[in-house]
Design a protein around this ligand. Structure first.
Ligand SMILES: Cc1cc2nc3c(=O)[nH]c(=O)nc-3n(C[C@H](O)[C@H](O)[C@H](O)COP(=O)(O)OP(=O)(O)OC[C@H]3O[C@@H](n4cnc5c(N)ncnc54)[C@H](O)[C@@H]3O)c2cc1C
Length: 385
């Protein structure tokens, strides 16, 4: 089914809560309907959106916003499943966290670290969403899409999608060409906990102690060996046998719950305060440039001060949040826009009625200040539409 709304109010359709509209909003519930849709006759430009959680509408959109709202998932039978996992084809319009919740409930490993990331399954394959040491690309087998250029459905192997840090060919060379209709993920029936990022291990251990599960501590990833007789999900054939010891309570559900707990303390809940998550990408700079930043930081914070950073080959990634904080932006307001006090990488719609201009003005001020102080040009992760 295709539904059309003219002069459609998008304020409930973008997590930033920008009060903007589009000339035409088209919702498609069956991918096959895309074949009958006369795309050329629609007001242009055409923009495909998911849950609107990585977007900043900078004003009313003059063309058509198209949303694919198909639902459901299918566990693929037969030879596509291997001895340690199975393939699940999930419709693009499914809320990604609903998929994570389903997988965890079924005892399937793979997406649990991506729990609570807002948005839909289709966009997860565009964005290569990531959190706590896992990226969507790690579990994407195939992306199913409608090719607007050749007007046909295509299946693109995940390995061909050019995935990198929060990017893919869908965001670059293929921008505007495909409407993603579904994604096939491979999930594991064998425990594959990833605990070494962002305090997950610590939070999990604390939880175990609280719940009196025992004095077990999670030492290193290699200490984790399956122990319990793993119970297969009800609708999935038994494909894996696990027999070595890991704490028997460690399940994808437990990791999911832990990650949800961590995220809730750090990130704004889109239901309560508007944002699009991390506003800026973390810059990667030369070692020489990093040394200059270290010198500035030591001058300001004392000789023992250590600048947070990650080695990326022979370059260095510096957290944008650290730089924003060092420039005194944490909690700073500009009209209704604010640098989120708990996580300066996020810009929020603090007043609830911030305008796109206010968000962009605050963004500009952050970018200019960091450029002046550190010689680094921050780039937004949030897509401006
Ligand atoms: C509070 C908060 C926390 C967040 N935390 C994280 C995080 O931890 N990690 C992370 O990676 N991201 C995070 N994000 C960003 C966001 O959740 C992801 O980028 C998400 O994938 C966006 O999904 P969406 O459905 O809302 O897509 P949208 O924002 O609507 O669209 C994003 C892009 O995908 C394209 N697109 C969407 N659907 C389709 C489709 N069916 N076919 C073709 N193109 C499509 C759009 O054109 C656009 O280019 C966070 C956002 C918020 C608000």
């Amino acid at each position: 089914m295709i539904t059309r709304h003219e002069a459609y109010d998008l304020s409930q359709r973008n997590t930033f809560g920008m009060r903007v509209s589009c000339r035409l909003y088209v919702e498609v519930t069956e991918p096959e309907d895309l074949l009958t849709l006369d795309l050329e006759s629609l007001p242009q430009p055409l923009f495909v959106m998911g849950g609107g959680s990585n977007l900043l509408f900078t004003g009313d959109f003059p063309g058509t916003v198209l949303h694919l709202a198909n639902q459901g998932h299918t566990v693929l039978p037969g030879p596509e499943a291997d001895a340690s996992g199975l393939l699940v084809r999930v419709a693009a319009g499914v809320v990604f966290d609903d998929f994570c919740a389903w997988a965890a409930q079924e005892g399937l490993w793979g997406p649990e670290n991506l729990s609570l990331i807002p948005g839909e399954v289709g966009a997860s394959a565009v964005q290569n969403i990531g959190a706590y040491g896992v990226e969507a690309k790690d579990i994407i087998e195939t992306v199913h899409a409608f090719d607007l250029q050749d007007r046909r459905f295509v299946d693109i192997p995940g390995a061909d999608c050019g995935y990198g840090y929060r990017t893919s060919l869908f965001k670059t060379a293929w921008k505007g060409r495909y409407i993603i209709t579904a994604v096939t993920f491979h999930l594991s029936t064998v425990p594959q906990p990833k605990l070494d990022y962002g305090g997950v291990r610590k939070a999990l251990e604390a939880r175990w102690r609280e719940e009196g599960i025992g004095s077990e501590t999670l030492r290193s990833q290699s200490d984790l060996r399956p122990s319990h007789k793993w119970a297969p999900p009800s609708n999935v054939p038994r494909v894996a046998q696990v027999s070595d010891p890991i704490p028997s309570s460690l399940s994808p559900q437990m990791i999911r719950d832990t990650i949800i707990g961590i995220r809730r303390t750090k990130l704004p809940d889109p239901e309560e305060v508007g944002s699009a998550g991390s506003f800026f990408c973390n810059p990667v700079i030369s070692r020489e440039h990093f040394e200059r930043i270290v010198a500035i930081a030591k001058e300001e914070n004392g000789p023992d001060y250590e600048v947070p950073h990650y080695e990326v080959g022979d370059q260095v990634k510096v957290p944008a949040a650290w730089m924003i904080d060092q420039c005194g932006f944490k909690g700073m307001r500009l009209g209704g826009a604010q640098v989120y006090p708990k996580q300066p990488l996020v810009i929020v719609n603090a007043s609830g009625d911030a305008t796109p201009d206010e968000i962009v003005a605050l963004e500009r001020r952050v970018i200019d200040t960091i450029k002046d102080k550190y010689g680094i040009e921050l780039h937004p992760e949030v897509e401006h539409v």
